[in-house]
Structures are given as structure tokens and as C-alpha cells.
Design a protein around this ligand. Structure first.
Ligand SMILES: Cc1cc2nc3c(=O)[nH]c(=O)nc-3n(C[C@H](O)[C@H](O)[C@H](O)COP(=O)(O)OP(=O)(O)OC[C@H]3O[C@@H](n4cnc5c(N)ncnc54)[C@H](O)[C@@H]3O)c2cc1C
Length: 328
């Protein structure tokens, strides 16, 4: 690990003004410290943001909820308001990591955790995400956990978060403050596909701090499901995950949200498939059509092509579970 300086500001403006070209914010440290130990991240300055006033969960005047960026994953999942109104989010969080990690991990850090691609973590091999233009050994290497949608010549890594899959389905908004002031970013525009800039996971500018996440009023509390398929029953990242949320009236779908995790560089939404479900009976045949539509452009590699069918089946199952009603 390289030497670095350390600061622990108590005000948001102070944190932002301290940020320099080689700085990193640190919250729970559950991802950043691992990356530093592996020599993937070598910051010259760590700005510890844990003393900033970003730990509250509040209702918004519009009927939604604002979640501070430093709310731990555990506190968020077990919060009464979240459990009651956004059970999809609570379930997705509890499907991830371990109780100890969820106690440390923050809401903002979860969005910014980096891919689990083996080659990205191994600084002895090339990786376009680590060092632009160096190559992508995953394409012809071990690619079981890699992308089947939205990948590029340069990168086939996936975003590993569970929480973000639910946030994508719930149409969350990310609140950001930086040197240029405050802005709001729709969740679907926050993470990005790799294209020819795989080193960029998201659309944050240098020094920008996530301050909160906002959820709209619609929480799909009656009909939602989070399904996570993985190699081990616990403590493993998703091979494929699905956040499914439906509004159903008299057996007919009035609104549908489907987000996939583990399949792309960002949580994957296909609004055409969601729109096509509206007005259809909440039944298997409609779900199968939606699943086919979502995976239409998918392409796999030597070890992960199975994920295409797996994703389709997972979508149908998650939508079926959502239709049956959100389990307690
Ligand atoms: C063994 C293991 C298993 C795991 N399993 C899962 C799993 O199954 N599912 C899952 O979803 N996750 C899993 N995780 C990942 C875990 O959820 C993340 O590491 C965690 O959410 C990151 O939050 P943090 O606060 O610790 O971030 P940190 O490690 O502190 O920071 C991560 C990144 O975010 C930046 N950052 C943090 N907060 C802010 C902010 N407010 N504004 C701007 N930048 C910020 C940091 O600079 C850094 O780049 C696992 C982690 C481990 C170690």
C-alpha cells in the first residue's frame, strides 16, 4: 500500500474543497480498502466522510423518502419505513454481503463499489478498466461472472451491487454535491456502459460527493420480488438478479418495473418490455414475452452464455413471485 494523508471533515463544503486529483472519499471502506491492498487504488489522500451529517432517512414532501449517503446498508434494510413501503429495496440489500459488511457499508459507497472482475483486481495482468488500452483478458479467459448485455470490445465487467438493482427498478434519484454545486441524477443515468471508456463506472465528476438517494412515492409494496441467483447460497455476488415490481388491478398489469443485476456494467432496465406488460394479464405468457424482449440483444462468452436463459427464467420467476404478493 502507498503512503497517503488522511482528513476527517465535518462539513460537506469542507470535504469537497479538500478533494484533489489523487484524493478518494472513504465511507465504510469495505471496497476501497480492499482495492488499496490489491494496489488497484493508490490514493494520495483519503477524505473520511463518516463525520458528515448524511445519516438520516426522511420522508419528502412529495411522499417519497430521502436516504442520506452515510446510512448503513443494515440501517436502511431494517428501517420501518423502508420495510413497509419499499420492501423490494430491503430484500435486495439483505441478499447482499454479510451482516458485518452491511453494518459498515454505506448507501453512497454501495453505488460506487467497483466490479468484481477477477482481472480488475489482479494488478499483475492487463485490464482496460484499470489501465486504459492495456487489454481485456476476461474476453477469452474466466468469464463466468461477466456481462451478457451492453458489453464492449474493451470491457465485459458487471456492476456487482444488489441494492442498485432495486434502486434502478424504483426509479431512484441520486443527489450529488460538488465543486460546481448540487445536481440530481436519475438512477438510470448514474451508472454507465463501458463503451471505449471502461475506466469510468458512472457519470460523477471528480470531487463530486453523493449526499443522498431519493425514492419516489411509488414503492410497489404489494407486488414486488427480488430474486438473486448465485453460486453459493450466501455471501456471494449475483450471477443474475432480478428486481420485479408490479401494480396489478383486477389481474391486469397497470405498471411494471424490471431491473437485472449481474448481467451488465450497470443495473439493466428495458422500458420497452415494461411498457409492453401494461394492460396485459399478470400471467406466465406475458412474463415470458417480457423476458425474451429484455434479453433480445444479449450475447455471452465461453463460460457465461448460460446466463441468457438463466436471466429469462429468473425474470419469469420474479414476476410470478411479485404477482403472488410481496412476502413478509
Ligand atoms: C466479501 C464481500 C462481499 C460482498 N458481497 C456483496 C453482495 O453480495 N452484494 C452487494 O451489493 N455488495 C456486496 N459487497 C460490497 C459492499 O456492499 C460494498 O463494498 C459497500 O456497499 C461499499 O460501501 P462502503 O461505504 O464500504 O464504500 P467504500 O469502500 O468506503 O467506498 C467505495 C467507493 O465509493 C466512494 N464513496 C463512498 N461514499 C461516497 C460518497 N458519499 N460520495 C462519493 N464517493 C463515495 C469511495 O471513494 C470509493 O471509491 C461485498 C463486499 C465484500 C467485501
Amino acid at each position: 500500500m502507498n503512503p497517503f494523508s488522511y482528513a476527517r471533515p465535518t462539513r460537506i463544503e469542507e470535504a469537497i474543497s479538500l478533494f484533489g486529483p489523487q484524493s478518494r472519499y472513504i465511507a465504510g471502506g469495505t471496497n476501497l480498502l480492499d482495492l488499496m491492498k490489491e494496489n488497484v487504488e493508490r490514493p494520495e489522500q483519503l477524505i473520511d466522510i463518516t463525520q458528515l451529517p448524511l445519516k438520516s432517512i426522511e420522508e419528502t414532501p412529495e411522499g417519497g423518502v430521502r436516504i442520506g449517503a452515510l446510512v448503513s446498508n443494515a440501517d436502511l434494510a431494517w428501517h420501518a419505513l423502508i420495510e413497509r413501503r419499499y420492501p423490494l429495496l430491503a430484500k435486495a440489500i439483505l441478499a447482499g454481503a454479510s451482516p458485518q459488511l452491511r453494518n459498515m457499508a454505506s448507501t453512497g459507497g454501495n453505488l460506487l463499489q467497483r466490479t468484481r472482475c477477477y482481472y480488475f483486481y489482479d494488478s499483475t495482468v492487463p485490464c482496460n478498466k484499470r489501465e486504459r488500452g492495456s487489454g481485456c483478458p476476461a474476453r477469452d479467459g474466466l468469464n463466468r461472472i461477466h456481462a451478457i448485455l451492453g458489453h464492449s470490445e474493451q470491457c465485459i465487467a458487471v456492476h456487482p451491487s444488489d441494492m442498485c438493482v432495486a434502486l434502478a427498478a424504483l426509479d431512484a434519484v441520486v443527489l450529488v454535491t460538488g465543486p460546481q454545486g448540487e445536481r440530481r441524477v436519475d438512477f438510470r443515468d448514474f451508472h454507465r456502459l463501458p463503451g471505449d471508456q471502461p475506466e469510468r463506472d458512472n457519470t460523477l465528476a471528480d470531487g463530486e460527493l453523493i449526499t443522498a438517494i431519493e425514492l419516489p412515492a411509488a414503492g410497489y409494496a404489494e407486488h414486488s420480488a427480488y430474486l438473486k441467483l448465485r453460486d453459493r447460497a450466501s455471501y456471494a455476488f449475483a450471477l443474475v438478479s432480478v428486481a420485479a415490481a408490479l401494480e396489478i388491478d383486477g389481474g391486469i398489469i397497470r405498471s411494471a418495473r424490471i431491473a437485472l443485476g449481474g448481467v451488465a456494467h450497470k443495473p439493466w432496465r428495458c422500458t420497452e418490455a415494461e411498457d409492453a406488460l401494461v394492460g396485459e394479464p399478470a400471467e406466465q405468457s406475458a412474463f415470458e414475452q417480457a423476458a425474451q424482449r429484455i434479453l433480445q440483444g444479449a450475447s455471452g462468452f465461453e463460460h457465461n452464455a448460460f446466463k441468457i436463459e438463466l436471466s429469462q427464467r429468473a425474470i419469469v420467476r420474479a414476476l410470478t413471485e411479485a404477482t403472488e404478493g410481496t412476502a413478509a
